[in-house]
Design a protein around this ligand. Structure first.
Ligand code: ATP
Ligand code: MG
Length: 198
């Protein structure tokens, strides 16, 4: 073995020991709260990816979508066939409707369903897609959201997506990822694409 190979092996061995230590220390088993936020593309895709992963393991999942596009929804078409329940806000994009009263009412209807999901021990993963905006716009009370999530069944995991996650949601979460926008096709005048963007 050359000196270089030897040094590489020693470094890898040290790395392995550190990782093994961390694995041994991670003994707590409970449902997680994940927040996927930031301005880049990939937040909802990540949330639905998690649901698909859980469904693949035979787990039960529920989804709430707080901002529905005016178009068809690929993930719903697929996941409903696999027993995932969807609660979708009846309005289109919020910035299109611009009617606070109607939007609050629509958000509240979905939120009532969310509260039921967050009390249902048969649900392993609950995705609250675009929830962050409902909290920012004050359509749903932040304390109510925090309480419902804190009181949920121990083994249930919750994924929250949306830009500008409130700092209390970030504090509450176990795992937080921020998707950064490096570039987006839309800025080059390319249309949103079926199967990629929705
Ligand atoms: P996706 O659903 O593709 O994972 P997302 O959930 O991260 O995206 P949202 O803010 O919910 O992003 O926006 C949804 C739509 O807006 C998608 O069609 C997505 O491609 C597009 N989009 C996301 N980020 C950007 C961006 N930085 N610039 C322009 N369009 C974006
Ligand atoms: Mg999204």
């Amino acid at each position: 073995m050359t000196q270089q190979q030897d040094r590489h092996q020693q470094r890898q061995q040290k790395l392995k020991e550190k990782v093994d230590e961390k694995i041994a220390a991670a003994t707590e088993e409970k449902g997680l709260v994940l927040v996927i936020t930031g301005n880049g593309k990939g937040k909802s895709t990540s949330g639905f990816g998690t649901v698909a992963r859980a469904v693949g393991h035979g787990f039960s999942c529920g989804v709430a979508q707080f901002i529905k596009g005016t178009w068809d929804n690929g993930e719903r078409n697929l996941l409903e066939q696999h027993g995932v329940t969807f609660h979708v806000m009846a309005t289109g994009f919020t910035w299109e409707t611009q009617n606070k009263e109607a939007d609050t009412e629509a958000a509240q209807l979905v939120w009532q369903e969310c509260k039921k999901m967050l009390q249902d021990p048969s649900l392993d993963v609950v995705l609250l897609d675009e929830l962050t905006y409902m909290v920012s716009f004050d359509y749903i009370d932040l304390d109510e959201v925090i309480n419902a999530i804190e009181q949920r069944p121990t083994q249930q995991s919750v994924v929250i997506t949306g830009r500008g996650a409130h700092r209390s949601l970030i504090e509450l979460a176990d795992t937080v990822s921020e998707v950064r926008n490096v570039k987006h096709a839309f800025d080059s005048g390319i249309m949103a694409r079926k199967g990629i963007d929705w």
